[in-house]
Write a protein that binds this ligand. Structure first.
Ligand code: SAH
Length: 480
């Protein structure tokens, strides 16, 4: 018979699993821990946190272990080495041992007593491994890379830490505490499910507000009234997607995307950013090239409102910051007029993204006392003629022009005519913060010609002002 351990094997519904994540209740159960070093002390603390009776076998326990035993009631040091007979009746055996030889004996002894075993740092001798933990107990998340790279596991853990609010713990406790009251209602399956869906939604949306009895009453009442009234309304979140790099999404933006039913996004939003949405969320491109051949602002607003009125959680993902040249005003008015709850999550505007990647401060104490964001694109597509020319020719200003490439030659002519110094430094940044970001630099006088030669096709910002005199970061530094 072939004695080799078969590899993890995919099934019709699951990819191959290197290990099975299981969550083991240890309260009151004895666990054997062999070894008294610092690593073992940490394991003792971890196991004790689950309520296990931790029996530490160590002839010479280190200081950390002695402290752990002093401070934690359910950690006990037995001041001698482990013996096979100590394994009897233990739920788990963990050995921080000296050699492969001892590891082998430890494992055999544990198996002889029918106890699952872990030998620290010797995966070949382990039945189970310890993962990295994200703790919002009773919500506990374990992360395993099957020993591939602990640092990788720690980074994954750090990411999960940032997106899960601390307050989830209180909501999970409330779920446990409220379960009997919900059961006592004898709701049918669908109503019960609706209750827990609404509970979950509230928990995710206001995780950092502690749940109260008032929440329970309200949620139960909302289920009672459902029988007679129309389905609940959805909600809308306007979310700033940042200038391109998906890592520039805010934590709040990721949370909104993670609880979305539908995501409507512009051309300017990168596919990786859209992919931060919940897997089940419907994604609709509503940019100039998406949804319909001519997707007008009115169409988009109407679509947002109708989806929310169907009860959907709608995320409207807008490039940069939603409140800067994003026609957010029209969407906000439409949503509020329909009586739909609205939230707005700010984002990194293109100017901030460009400044960061250029390594240039938009303000400088002497040379740039004012920053102004303008658009050089009027409704009719031409250069607006009512721009504040005195402000734009202020030698101590930094001007950032959105949607300004088409009309750049006209803008520059006019600025020079209004008295701007032709030697003023200026930069065009195309696709700021994207992997293929490009910069065109020069004086304001030279810039239109240089831009015409470079044929930028992506979104561009024009930055003008004395503060832009030097690019501090290398042009082709590696990017993630
Ligand atoms: N709300 C967005 C701006 C939308 S207007 C924000 O806050 O950034 C669209 C214009 O923004 C584009 O024409 C371009 O001028 C600018 N823009 C958006 N993303 C950009 C990027 N990654 N690089 C350069 N300019 C960008």
């Amino acid at each position: 018979m072939d004695q080799r351990r078969p590899d993890a094997a995919p099934t019709a519904r699951l990819g191959a699993l290197a290990t099975l994540p299981v969550f083991f209740r240890l309260t009151g159960k004895p666990v054997l821990l062999a070894g008294g070093g610092d690593g073992a002390a940490w394991k003792a603390e971890l196991l004790a946190a689950t309520g296990a009776q931790v029996r530490v076998f160590a002839a010479e326990p280190g200081e950390k272990m002695r402290t752990a035993a002093d401070e934690i009631a359910n950690v006990e040091i037995i001041p001698r080495g482990w013996a096979a007979s100590d394994m009897q009746g233990c739920a788990l055996a963990i050995g921080d041992v000296e050699s492969d030889d001892e590891a082998q004996r430890f494992r055999d002894a544990a198996h002889g007593a029918g106890v699952p075993v872990n030998v620290v740092d010797r995966p070949a001798f382990c039945d189970f491994q310890f993962g990295s933990i994200v703790e919002r107990s009773p919500v506990v998340i374990g992360i395993s890379t099957d020993g591939a790279a602990p640092v990788f596991g720690q980074e994954i853990r750090a990411r999960i830490e940032t997106i899960l609010p601390q307050g989830l713990r209180e909501w999970a406790k409330a779920a446990k505490a409220w379960r009997p009251s919900v059961m006592a209602r004898h709701l049918d399956f669908r109503a019960r499910r609706r209750f827990w869906e609404r509970f979950t939604r509230r928990a995710m949306e206001q995780a950092d507000v502690a749940p109260s009895e008032g929440d329970l009453t309200e949620l139960l009442a909302s289920i009672d009234t459902d029988a007679t009234s129309a389905p609940t309304r959805g909600s809308v979140v306007l979310v700033g997607a940042g200038p391109g790099d998906p890592d520039l999404l805010t934590v709040k933006a990721v949370r909104a995307l993670q609880s979305a039913d539908v995501v409507l996004y512009d051309d300017l939003v990168s596919p990786r950013t859209v992919n931060a949405a919940r897997r089940e969320a419907t994604r609709i491109a509503v940019g100039k090239r998406g949804y319909k051949p001519s997707c007008t602002q009115e169409d988009i607003t109407a679509l947002i409102v109708s989806l929310a009125l169907e009860g959907k959680r709608v995320v409207r993902l807008k490039g940069g910051d939603p409140m800067i040249f994003g026609r957010a005003g029209e969407e906000i008015a439409g949503v509020l007029a329909a009586g739909i709850p609205l939230e707005i999550v700010p984002g990194v505007t293109a100017a901030a993204g460009a400044a960061a990647s250029l390594g240039l401060s938009l303000t400088e104490r002497e040379t740039a006392r004012r920053v102004q964001f303008i658009t050089a694109h009027a409704r009719n597509g031409r250069l607006p003629d009512d721009l504040a020319w005195a402000a734009l020719t202020d030698p101590r200003a930094t001007t950032v022009v959105y949607m300004g490439v088409k009309t750049l030659p006209l803008l520059v002519d006019r600025l020079l005519a209004e008295g701007l110094d032709p030697q003023t430094p200026a930069i065009v940044v195309e696709r700021a913060t994207w992997p293929d970001e490009r910069r065109i630099t020069g004086t304001i006088l030279e810039l239109p010609e240089k831009v015409a030669e470079a044929h930028p096709a992506g979104p561009c910002l024009v930055l003008i002002g004395a503060a832009l005199g030097g690019i501090r970061l290398p042009l082709d530094r590696p990017r993630s």
